[in-house]
Write a protein that binds this ligand. Structure first.
Ligand code: PNS
Length: 192
């Protein structure tokens, strides 16, 4: 196990099973792992920083050496302020490599004492990205197995706020049908 703190930065909009897989792997390698959510994203995020923070905290509650935080501005500045020694990033496929290499080298230029460490998530998540999850969910497609269950639920609520209400009404209606069935035959006939 590597002593000290590693920072795993990202947008996490939303957290996927690939992210979670990497966090779990990282928590076994590093003494402490700080997952850091970028606050000043260029595009409008689907989930607010508070929502992403809450979900990630819930999802990593079982990992004693993992803490979730947010940051603004330069990532290396944030990592330095926390006395981190490493940056953790995931590489899924060769397509990630160019961007990650550029970012790692720029970060090294900005702060030569910080090392970037790459890890691969499980191959079953190699095609999973937050962007594609958002796209599929927004088009009404299934994201089961790609994101943790609580994220799936939040996506459903976010994309269709009426969904929950509809579910509740449906359950209530089904309950009425069941209660009706339980009534003795005569009573039911009288009523009709
Ligand atoms: O999950 P993402 O969107 O791939 O994460 C990208 C992230 C947040 C790690 C990167 O954009 C970042 O570190 N942004 C903070 C600003 C910064 O330090 N930029 C210089 C990177 S070379």
């Amino acid at each position: 196990m590597h002593k000290g703190l590693a920072i795993y930065p990202g947008s996490f909009d939303p957290t996927t099973n690939g992210h979670l897989d990497l966090i779990e792997r990282g928590s076994k390698i590093f003494e402490h792992l700080g997952v850091a959510i970028l606050r000043n994203m260029e595009k409008t995020p689907m989930f607010s920083v508070a929502e992403r923070l809450e979900m990630l905290r819930e999802l990593t509650a079982h990992l004693a050496n993992v803490r979730i935080d947010t940051f603004d501005g330069l990532m290396v500045e944030y990592a330095k302020s926390r006395n981190a020694t490493c940056i953790l990033r995931g590489i899924r496929a060769i397509s990630d490599y160019e961007y990650e290499l550029q970012m790692a080298l720029m970060n090294r230029k900005l702060e030569p004492t910080l090392e970037t460490v790459f890890m691969m998530p499980a191959d079953k998540y190699s095609y999973v990205s937050s962007r594609l999850v958002r796209e599929v969910a927004q088009a009404g497609g299934p994201v089961r197995g790609l994101v943790p269950e609580i994220v799936e639920q939040r996506l459903r609520e976010k994309l269709d706020p009426a969904y929950k209400l509809r579910d509740e009404r449906l359950l209530e209606a089904l309950g009425q049908v069941e209660r009706e069935k339980e009534k003795p035959e005569k009573k039911r006939k009288k009523k009709s």
